[in-house]
Write a protein that binds this ligand. Structure first.
Ligand code: 5CA
Length: 445
Protein backbone atom coordinates (compact mmCIF):
# COMPACT_ATOMS: atom_id res chain seq x y z
CA UNK A 1 0.00 0.00 0.00
CA UNK A 2 1.18 3.49 -0.86
CA UNK A 3 0.56 5.85 2.03
CA UNK A 4 -0.41 8.65 -0.37
CA UNK A 5 -3.39 6.54 -1.44
CA UNK A 6 -4.29 5.06 1.95
CA UNK A 7 -6.71 6.35 4.56
CA UNK A 8 -4.68 6.86 7.71
CA UNK A 9 -6.13 9.79 9.67
CA UNK A 10 -3.40 10.13 12.34
CA UNK A 11 -3.95 12.73 15.05
CA UNK A 12 -1.23 15.16 16.07
CA UNK A 13 -2.80 15.99 19.43
CA UNK A 14 -3.29 13.52 22.23
CA UNK A 15 -7.06 13.01 22.57
CA UNK A 16 -8.12 14.18 26.02
CA UNK A 17 -10.89 11.61 26.47
CA UNK A 18 -8.47 8.66 26.41
CA UNK A 19 -7.20 7.63 29.84
CA UNK A 20 -4.95 4.72 28.96
CA UNK A 21 -2.13 4.44 26.49
CA UNK A 22 -3.70 1.85 24.17
CA UNK A 23 -6.82 3.97 23.73
CA UNK A 24 -4.72 7.08 23.07
CA UNK A 25 -2.52 5.30 20.56
CA UNK A 26 -5.42 3.67 18.72
CA UNK A 27 -7.04 7.08 18.27
CA UNK A 28 -3.77 8.81 17.36
CA UNK A 29 -2.78 6.11 14.87
CA UNK A 30 -6.13 6.47 13.09
CA UNK A 31 -7.27 2.92 13.93
CA UNK A 32 -10.69 3.59 15.43
CA UNK A 33 -13.25 6.34 15.73
CA UNK A 34 -15.87 6.39 18.43
CA UNK A 35 -19.42 6.64 17.10
CA UNK A 36 -21.16 6.55 20.50
CA UNK A 37 -20.10 5.48 23.99
CA UNK A 38 -18.37 2.11 23.72
CA UNK A 39 -19.14 1.73 20.01
CA UNK A 40 -16.44 2.23 17.39
CA UNK A 41 -15.85 2.33 13.66
CA UNK A 42 -12.80 0.35 12.68
CA UNK A 43 -10.77 2.53 10.34
CA UNK A 44 -8.56 0.74 7.78
CA UNK A 45 -5.46 0.31 9.97
CA UNK A 46 -7.44 -0.91 12.98
CA UNK A 47 -9.55 -3.17 10.79
CA UNK A 48 -6.42 -4.80 9.37
CA UNK A 49 -5.10 -5.71 12.82
CA UNK A 50 -8.56 -6.91 13.88
CA UNK A 51 -8.63 -9.23 10.83
CA UNK A 52 -5.12 -10.52 11.59
CA UNK A 53 -6.15 -11.37 15.14
CA UNK A 54 -9.29 -13.07 13.83
CA UNK A 55 -7.20 -15.14 11.42
CA UNK A 56 -4.92 -16.39 14.20
CA UNK A 57 -7.94 -17.28 16.32
CA UNK A 58 -9.53 -19.19 13.42
CA UNK A 59 -6.32 -21.05 12.59
CA UNK A 60 -5.78 -22.18 16.17
CA UNK A 61 -9.42 -23.19 16.66
CA UNK A 62 -9.41 -25.24 13.49
CA UNK A 63 -6.09 -26.81 14.50
CA UNK A 64 -7.75 -27.94 17.75
CA UNK A 65 -10.59 -29.59 15.77
CA UNK A 66 -13.26 -26.95 16.41
CA UNK A 67 -15.73 -26.07 13.66
CA UNK A 68 -16.39 -22.48 12.49
CA UNK A 69 -19.89 -21.19 11.76
CA UNK A 70 -21.82 -17.93 12.14
CA UNK A 71 -24.87 -17.07 14.22
CA UNK A 72 -26.77 -13.77 14.01
CA UNK A 73 -26.31 -10.80 16.32
CA UNK A 74 -30.07 -10.46 16.94
CA UNK A 75 -31.70 -13.22 18.93
CA UNK A 76 -35.31 -14.00 19.89
CA UNK A 77 -36.06 -13.37 23.59
CA UNK A 78 -37.97 -16.66 23.83
CA UNK A 79 -34.76 -18.71 23.72
CA UNK A 80 -33.50 -16.81 26.75
CA UNK A 81 -36.82 -17.30 28.54
CA UNK A 82 -36.27 -21.04 28.20
CA UNK A 83 -32.91 -20.92 29.94
CA UNK A 84 -34.18 -18.47 32.53
CA UNK A 85 -31.55 -15.88 31.66
CA UNK A 86 -33.87 -13.34 30.00
CA UNK A 87 -34.77 -11.90 33.39
CA UNK A 88 -31.45 -12.69 35.09
CA UNK A 89 -29.23 -10.85 32.62
CA UNK A 90 -30.48 -7.45 33.68
CA UNK A 91 -29.67 -4.06 32.22
CA UNK A 92 -26.59 -5.25 30.36
CA UNK A 93 -28.84 -6.84 27.76
CA UNK A 94 -29.97 -4.57 24.94
CA UNK A 95 -33.62 -5.42 24.35
CA UNK A 96 -35.31 -4.61 21.06
CA UNK A 97 -38.92 -4.96 19.86
CA UNK A 98 -39.51 -5.59 16.17
CA UNK A 99 -42.46 -4.25 14.10
CA UNK A 100 -44.57 -7.31 15.00
CA UNK A 101 -43.98 -6.55 18.68
CA UNK A 102 -41.74 -9.58 19.10
CA UNK A 103 -39.13 -9.33 21.81
CA UNK A 104 -35.59 -9.53 20.46
CA UNK A 105 -32.18 -8.81 21.89
CA UNK A 106 -28.69 -8.06 20.63
CA UNK A 107 -26.76 -11.13 21.76
CA UNK A 108 -24.29 -10.67 24.63
CA UNK A 109 -23.26 -14.36 24.19
CA UNK A 110 -24.73 -17.42 22.43
CA UNK A 111 -25.23 -20.36 24.81
CA UNK A 112 -28.99 -20.45 24.19
CA UNK A 113 -28.83 -20.12 20.43
CA UNK A 114 -26.20 -22.80 19.98
CA UNK A 115 -28.11 -25.14 22.28
CA UNK A 116 -31.20 -24.57 20.13
CA UNK A 117 -29.24 -25.44 16.98
CA UNK A 118 -27.83 -28.53 18.65
CA UNK A 119 -31.20 -29.87 19.84
CA UNK A 120 -32.72 -29.36 16.38
CA UNK A 121 -30.06 -31.41 14.60
CA UNK A 122 -28.23 -33.76 16.92
CA UNK A 123 -29.86 -36.74 18.59
CA UNK A 124 -27.22 -39.39 19.13
CA UNK A 125 -24.06 -39.92 21.16
CA UNK A 126 -22.48 -40.98 17.85
CA UNK A 127 -22.45 -37.33 16.73
CA UNK A 128 -20.33 -36.35 19.74
CA UNK A 129 -17.89 -34.88 20.59
CA UNK A 130 -18.75 -31.64 18.83
CA UNK A 131 -17.34 -28.14 19.25
CA UNK A 132 -18.78 -25.26 17.22
CA UNK A 133 -17.61 -21.69 17.36
CA UNK A 134 -18.05 -18.34 15.70
CA UNK A 135 -16.50 -14.88 15.71
CA UNK A 136 -19.33 -12.39 15.94
CA UNK A 137 -20.16 -8.97 17.35
CA UNK A 138 -21.68 -8.91 20.81
CA UNK A 139 -23.47 -6.18 22.69
CA UNK A 140 -23.34 -5.63 26.44
CA UNK A 141 -24.78 -2.39 27.69
CA UNK A 142 -21.91 -1.86 30.14
CA UNK A 143 -22.63 0.84 32.76
CA UNK A 144 -19.22 2.37 32.21
CA UNK A 145 -17.80 1.62 28.78
CA UNK A 146 -14.20 2.83 28.90
CA UNK A 147 -10.63 2.46 27.77
CA UNK A 148 -11.63 2.31 24.10
CA UNK A 149 -11.98 -1.21 22.75
CA UNK A 150 -11.05 -2.70 26.14
CA UNK A 151 -14.50 -2.31 27.61
CA UNK A 152 -16.78 -1.58 24.73
CA UNK A 153 -20.52 -1.99 24.46
CA UNK A 154 -20.27 -3.49 20.98
CA UNK A 155 -17.25 -5.81 20.76
CA UNK A 156 -16.01 -8.73 18.72
CA UNK A 157 -15.78 -12.07 20.48
CA UNK A 158 -14.85 -15.57 19.50
CA UNK A 159 -17.23 -17.85 21.35
CA UNK A 160 -17.08 -21.62 21.14
CA UNK A 161 -19.35 -24.28 22.59
CA UNK A 162 -18.56 -27.94 23.21
CA UNK A 163 -21.12 -30.76 23.39
CA UNK A 164 -20.02 -33.99 25.02
CA UNK A 165 -21.55 -37.20 26.31
CA UNK A 166 -20.28 -36.91 29.88
CA UNK A 167 -18.23 -34.81 32.25
CA UNK A 168 -14.88 -36.45 31.40
CA UNK A 169 -15.32 -35.81 27.70
CA UNK A 170 -16.38 -32.22 28.38
CA UNK A 171 -13.32 -31.67 30.57
CA UNK A 172 -11.15 -32.85 27.67
CA UNK A 173 -12.81 -30.15 25.54
CA UNK A 174 -12.05 -27.65 28.32
CA UNK A 175 -8.38 -28.68 28.37
CA UNK A 176 -8.20 -28.58 24.57
CA UNK A 177 -9.43 -25.00 24.67
CA UNK A 178 -6.92 -24.08 27.32
CA UNK A 179 -4.06 -25.43 25.21
CA UNK A 180 -5.32 -23.81 22.00
CA UNK A 181 -5.63 -20.47 23.81
CA UNK A 182 -2.03 -20.65 25.02
CA UNK A 183 -0.91 -21.07 21.41
CA UNK A 184 -3.27 -18.36 20.17
CA UNK A 185 -2.04 -15.65 22.53
CA UNK A 186 1.63 -16.54 22.10
CA UNK A 187 1.26 -16.16 18.32
CA UNK A 188 0.08 -12.60 19.01
CA UNK A 189 3.22 -11.90 21.02
CA UNK A 190 1.32 -12.01 24.32
CA UNK A 191 1.81 -13.87 27.53
CA UNK A 192 -1.71 -14.60 28.80
CA UNK A 193 -1.77 -16.49 32.09
CA UNK A 194 -4.65 -18.85 32.86
CA UNK A 195 -6.06 -18.01 36.31
CA UNK A 196 -8.82 -19.54 38.43
CA UNK A 197 -11.79 -17.23 38.13
CA UNK A 198 -15.48 -16.76 38.87
CA UNK A 199 -18.09 -17.80 36.29
CA UNK A 200 -20.53 -14.88 36.70
CA UNK A 201 -23.73 -15.04 34.61
CA UNK A 202 -22.44 -17.86 32.35
CA UNK A 203 -22.57 -20.33 35.27
CA UNK A 204 -20.62 -23.44 36.32
CA UNK A 205 -17.76 -24.09 38.75
CA UNK A 206 -14.83 -24.76 36.45
CA UNK A 207 -13.54 -21.66 34.80
CA UNK A 208 -10.24 -20.01 33.97
CA UNK A 209 -9.64 -16.50 32.76
CA UNK A 210 -6.61 -15.64 30.62
CA UNK A 211 -4.89 -12.49 31.83
CA UNK A 212 -2.26 -10.29 30.27
CA UNK A 213 -0.31 -8.54 33.00
CA UNK A 214 -0.51 -4.75 32.63
CA UNK A 215 -0.73 -1.88 35.10
CA UNK A 216 -3.87 -0.61 33.38
CA UNK A 217 -5.68 -3.96 33.72
CA UNK A 218 -9.09 -3.90 35.35
CA UNK A 219 -8.58 -7.07 37.43
CA UNK A 220 -6.38 -7.50 40.46
CA UNK A 221 -4.48 -10.79 40.25
CA UNK A 222 -2.37 -12.89 42.60
CA UNK A 223 0.15 -15.41 41.34
CA UNK A 224 3.30 -17.44 41.85
CA UNK A 225 6.04 -15.73 39.81
CA UNK A 226 7.20 -19.10 38.46
CA UNK A 227 4.21 -19.04 36.14
CA UNK A 228 5.64 -16.22 34.07
CA UNK A 229 8.61 -18.45 33.09
CA UNK A 230 6.31 -20.92 31.32
CA UNK A 231 6.19 -20.82 27.52
CA UNK A 232 4.08 -22.99 25.29
CA UNK A 233 6.33 -22.38 22.30
CA UNK A 234 5.87 -24.40 19.14
CA UNK A 235 5.47 -27.81 20.75
CA UNK A 236 3.45 -30.26 18.70
CA UNK A 237 0.39 -31.43 20.55
CA UNK A 238 -2.18 -34.05 19.67
CA UNK A 239 -5.45 -32.35 20.52
CA UNK A 240 -7.25 -35.71 20.50
CA UNK A 241 -5.03 -37.00 23.26
CA UNK A 242 -6.66 -36.65 26.67
CA UNK A 243 -3.31 -37.19 28.41
CA UNK A 244 -1.33 -34.69 26.34
CA UNK A 245 -3.89 -31.93 26.79
CA UNK A 246 -4.22 -32.63 30.51
CA UNK A 247 -0.44 -32.57 30.99
CA UNK A 248 -0.23 -29.07 29.50
CA UNK A 249 -3.13 -27.99 31.65
CA UNK A 250 -1.45 -29.31 34.77
CA UNK A 251 1.78 -27.56 33.84
CA UNK A 252 0.06 -24.21 33.34
CA UNK A 253 -2.59 -24.38 36.09
CA UNK A 254 -0.94 -26.11 39.04
CA UNK A 255 0.75 -23.00 40.41
CA UNK A 256 -1.17 -20.36 42.31
CA UNK A 257 -2.75 -17.87 39.90
CA UNK A 258 -6.12 -16.34 40.70
CA UNK A 259 -8.23 -13.27 40.10
CA UNK A 260 -9.49 -11.29 43.08
CA UNK A 261 -12.85 -13.11 42.90
CA UNK A 262 -11.28 -16.46 43.80
CA UNK A 263 -8.21 -15.27 45.69
CA UNK A 264 -7.57 -17.14 48.96
CA UNK A 265 -5.02 -15.64 51.36
CA UNK A 266 -4.39 -18.93 53.18
CA UNK A 267 -3.61 -20.75 49.93
CA UNK A 268 -1.50 -17.87 48.65
CA UNK A 269 0.56 -17.95 51.86
CA UNK A 270 1.77 -21.45 50.88
CA UNK A 271 3.67 -19.93 47.93
CA UNK A 272 7.23 -19.01 49.02
CA UNK A 273 7.19 -15.32 49.88
CA UNK A 274 9.82 -14.32 47.31
CA UNK A 275 7.59 -15.69 44.54
CA UNK A 276 4.27 -14.11 45.61
CA UNK A 277 3.11 -11.43 43.21
CA UNK A 278 0.15 -9.07 43.18
CA UNK A 279 -0.47 -7.25 39.92
CA UNK A 280 -3.14 -6.08 37.53
CA UNK A 281 -4.28 -7.90 34.44
CA UNK A 282 -6.38 -7.54 31.30
CA UNK A 283 -8.79 -10.42 30.76
CA UNK A 284 -8.45 -11.53 27.13
CA UNK A 285 -10.38 -14.79 27.34
CA UNK A 286 -12.32 -17.14 29.55
CA UNK A 287 -13.21 -20.83 29.39
CA UNK A 288 -16.10 -22.49 31.23
CA UNK A 289 -17.39 -25.97 31.94
CA UNK A 290 -20.99 -25.75 33.12
CA UNK A 291 -22.24 -29.30 32.65
CA UNK A 292 -25.92 -29.66 31.83
CA UNK A 293 -27.10 -26.19 32.88
CA UNK A 294 -28.38 -25.22 29.42
CA UNK A 295 -28.97 -28.68 27.95
CA UNK A 296 -31.34 -29.63 30.77
CA UNK A 297 -33.22 -26.35 30.70
CA UNK A 298 -33.59 -26.47 26.91
CA UNK A 299 -33.96 -30.22 26.31
CA UNK A 300 -30.67 -30.79 24.43
CA UNK A 301 -30.52 -34.56 24.93
CA UNK A 302 -28.94 -37.41 23.01
CA UNK A 303 -29.59 -41.10 22.81
CA UNK A 304 -26.81 -42.66 24.93
CA UNK A 305 -26.66 -45.95 23.03
CA UNK A 306 -28.11 -47.84 25.98
CA UNK A 307 -31.73 -47.06 25.32
CA UNK A 308 -31.77 -43.85 27.36
CA UNK A 309 -31.66 -40.14 26.65
CA UNK A 310 -29.19 -37.92 28.49
CA UNK A 311 -28.61 -34.16 28.51
CA UNK A 312 -25.27 -33.25 26.94
CA UNK A 313 -22.39 -31.78 28.93
CA UNK A 314 -21.34 -28.38 27.70
CA UNK A 315 -18.86 -25.61 28.12
CA UNK A 316 -18.29 -22.25 26.46
CA UNK A 317 -15.03 -20.56 25.62
CA UNK A 318 -14.51 -16.93 24.73
CA UNK A 319 -11.74 -14.76 23.35
CA UNK A 320 -12.07 -10.98 23.40
CA UNK A 321 -10.98 -10.41 19.79
CA UNK A 322 -11.44 -6.62 19.69
CA UNK A 323 -10.16 -6.19 23.26
CA UNK A 324 -6.95 -7.94 22.21
CA UNK A 325 -5.86 -4.91 20.18
CA UNK A 326 -5.87 -2.84 23.34
CA UNK A 327 -4.13 -5.59 25.33
CA UNK A 328 -1.38 -6.01 22.75
CA UNK A 329 -0.72 -2.27 22.67
CA UNK A 330 -0.68 -2.04 26.48
CA UNK A 331 1.96 -4.78 26.46
CA UNK A 332 3.96 -3.44 23.52
CA UNK A 333 4.52 0.29 23.02
CA UNK A 334 6.96 3.07 23.89
CA UNK A 335 6.73 6.84 24.10
CA UNK A 336 6.75 7.16 20.30
CA UNK A 337 3.88 4.80 19.64
CA UNK A 338 2.81 1.22 19.08
CA UNK A 339 5.24 -1.67 18.54
CA UNK A 340 3.32 -4.45 16.76
CA UNK A 341 4.46 -8.03 17.23
CA UNK A 342 5.17 -9.57 13.80
CA UNK A 343 2.23 -11.97 14.22
CA UNK A 344 -0.43 -9.25 14.04
CA UNK A 345 1.21 -6.24 12.40
CA UNK A 346 -1.02 -4.42 9.88
CA UNK A 347 1.84 -4.15 7.35
CA UNK A 348 4.95 -6.29 7.43
CA UNK A 349 7.34 -3.39 6.98
CA UNK A 350 7.47 0.26 6.12
CA UNK A 351 9.44 1.79 3.27
CA UNK A 352 10.42 5.40 3.84
CA UNK A 353 11.47 7.48 0.85
CA UNK A 354 13.70 10.32 2.07
CA UNK A 355 13.73 12.24 -1.22
CA UNK A 356 10.39 11.87 -2.94
CA UNK A 357 10.77 12.93 -6.60
CA UNK A 358 14.44 11.95 -6.86
CA UNK A 359 14.50 9.48 -9.76
CA UNK A 360 16.98 7.01 -8.29
CA UNK A 361 15.36 7.04 -4.82
CA UNK A 362 11.85 6.61 -6.22
CA UNK A 363 13.04 3.73 -8.40
CA UNK A 364 14.80 1.98 -5.50
CA UNK A 365 11.66 2.28 -3.35
CA UNK A 366 9.47 0.97 -6.16
CA UNK A 367 11.79 -2.01 -6.64
CA UNK A 368 11.77 -2.84 -2.90
CA UNK A 369 8.00 -2.53 -2.87
CA UNK A 370 7.67 -4.92 -5.80
CA UNK A 371 10.09 -7.50 -4.37
CA UNK A 372 8.48 -7.54 -0.93
CA UNK A 373 5.00 -7.76 -2.44
CA UNK A 374 6.11 -10.70 -4.60
CA UNK A 375 7.03 -12.55 -1.40
CA UNK A 376 3.37 -12.39 -0.41
CA UNK A 377 4.05 -9.68 2.17
CA UNK A 378 2.52 -6.21 2.47
CA UNK A 379 4.80 -3.19 2.77
CA UNK A 380 3.49 0.28 3.56
CA UNK A 381 5.36 2.72 1.35
CA UNK A 382 5.51 6.30 2.61
CA UNK A 383 5.64 8.10 -0.73
CA UNK A 384 4.24 11.39 0.57
CA UNK A 385 5.85 14.78 -0.01
CA UNK A 386 6.77 15.18 3.64
CA UNK A 387 9.87 15.80 5.73
CA UNK A 388 11.87 12.79 6.90
CA UNK A 389 11.09 13.58 10.56
CA UNK A 390 7.36 13.50 9.88
CA UNK A 391 7.63 10.21 8.02
CA UNK A 392 9.61 8.59 10.84
CA UNK A 393 7.14 9.87 13.43
CA UNK A 394 4.22 8.34 11.52
CA UNK A 395 6.00 4.99 11.15
CA UNK A 396 6.91 4.96 14.83
CA UNK A 397 3.36 5.85 15.85
CA UNK A 398 1.67 3.13 13.79
CA UNK A 399 4.27 0.64 14.99
CA UNK A 400 5.36 -1.44 12.00
CA UNK A 401 8.08 -3.73 13.38
CA UNK A 402 10.54 -3.08 10.48
CA UNK A 403 11.36 -0.02 8.43
CA UNK A 404 13.51 0.28 5.33
CA UNK A 405 14.81 3.80 4.81
CA UNK A 406 15.89 4.79 1.32
CA UNK A 407 17.74 8.02 0.51
CA UNK A 408 20.13 9.38 -2.14
CA UNK A 409 23.15 9.37 0.17
CA UNK A 410 22.95 5.65 0.99
CA UNK A 411 21.99 4.72 -2.54
CA UNK A 412 25.18 6.38 -3.83
CA UNK A 413 26.95 3.47 -2.07
CA UNK A 414 24.25 0.96 -3.03
CA UNK A 415 22.83 0.85 0.52
CA UNK A 416 19.51 1.24 2.35
CA UNK A 417 18.88 1.11 6.09
CA UNK A 418 16.87 -1.53 7.96
CA UNK A 419 15.56 -0.47 11.39
CA UNK A 420 13.90 -2.49 14.10
CA UNK A 421 11.01 -0.63 15.72
CA UNK A 422 11.47 -2.60 18.94
CA UNK A 423 15.19 -2.01 19.55
CA UNK A 424 15.69 1.09 17.40
CA UNK A 425 18.81 -0.57 15.95
CA UNK A 426 19.61 0.30 12.34
CA UNK A 427 21.82 -1.55 9.90
CA UNK A 428 22.99 -0.50 6.44
CA UNK A 429 22.77 -3.15 3.75
CA UNK A 430 22.02 -3.62 0.08
CA UNK A 431 18.34 -3.56 -0.96
CA UNK A 432 18.65 -7.28 -1.79
CA UNK A 433 19.89 -8.04 1.72
CA UNK A 434 17.05 -6.00 3.23
CA UNK A 435 14.49 -7.98 1.22
CA UNK A 436 16.11 -11.26 2.33
CA UNK A 437 16.01 -10.19 5.96
CA UNK A 438 12.32 -9.29 5.73
CA UNK A 439 11.64 -12.62 3.99
CA UNK A 440 13.52 -14.47 6.73
CA UNK A 441 11.71 -12.66 9.56
CA UNK A 442 8.33 -13.63 8.13
CA UNK A 443 9.30 -17.19 7.22
CA UNK A 444 9.21 -16.58 3.45
CA UNK A 445 12.67 -17.85 2.55
N1 5CA B 1 -20.04 -17.19 26.62
C1 5CA B 1 -18.81 -17.00 27.34
C2 5CA B 1 -17.64 -17.62 26.67
S1 5CA B 1 -17.89 -17.93 25.03
C3 5CA B 1 -18.56 -15.53 27.55
O1 5CA B 1 -19.33 -14.68 27.16
N2 5CA B 1 -17.45 -15.24 28.23
S2 5CA B 1 -16.98 -13.80 28.73
O2 5CA B 1 -18.07 -13.08 29.26
O3 5CA B 1 -15.89 -14.04 29.60
O4 5CA B 1 -16.45 -13.01 27.48
C4 5CA B 1 -15.36 -13.54 26.74
C5 5CA B 1 -14.31 -12.48 26.52
O5 5CA B 1 -14.86 -11.36 25.84
C6 5CA B 1 -13.74 -11.88 27.80
O6 5CA B 1 -12.71 -12.68 28.30
C7 5CA B 1 -13.22 -10.54 27.32
O7 5CA B 1 -11.92 -10.68 26.79
C8 5CA B 1 -14.17 -10.18 26.21
N3 5CA B 1 -15.13 -9.15 26.66
C9 5CA B 1 -16.13 -9.29 27.57
N4 5CA B 1 -16.77 -8.13 27.75
C10 5CA B 1 -16.18 -7.21 26.94
C11 5CA B 1 -16.39 -5.83 26.65
N5 5CA B 1 -17.37 -5.14 27.24
N6 5CA B 1 -15.57 -5.21 25.74
C12 5CA B 1 -14.60 -5.90 25.12
N7 5CA B 1 -14.36 -7.21 25.34
C13 5CA B 1 -15.12 -7.86 26.23
Amino acid sequence: MRLSRYFLPVLKETPSEAQIVSHRLMLRAGMIKQSSAGIYSWLPLGYKVLKNIETIVHEEQIRAGHIPMLMPTLQPADLWRESGRYDDYGEEMLRITDRHKRDMLYGPTNEEMITDIFRAHVGSYKDLPLTLYHIQWKFRDEIRPRFGVMRGREFLMKDGYNFDIDKDAALHAYNRHLVSYLRTYERMGLQAIPMRADSGPIGGDDTHEFLVLADTGESEVFYDSEITDLKFGDRAIDYDSVEECRAVLDEFTSRYARTDETHDEAEFAKVPEARRRTARGIEVGQIFYFGTKYSEAMGAVVDNGKGGKVPVHMGSHGIGVSRLLGAIIEASHDDKGIIWPEGVTPFHCGIVNLRQGDTATDAACAALYARITELGLEPLYDDREERAGGKFATMDLIGLPWRITVGPRGLANGLVELTSRRTGDSEEMTPEAAVSRIAEIYGKL
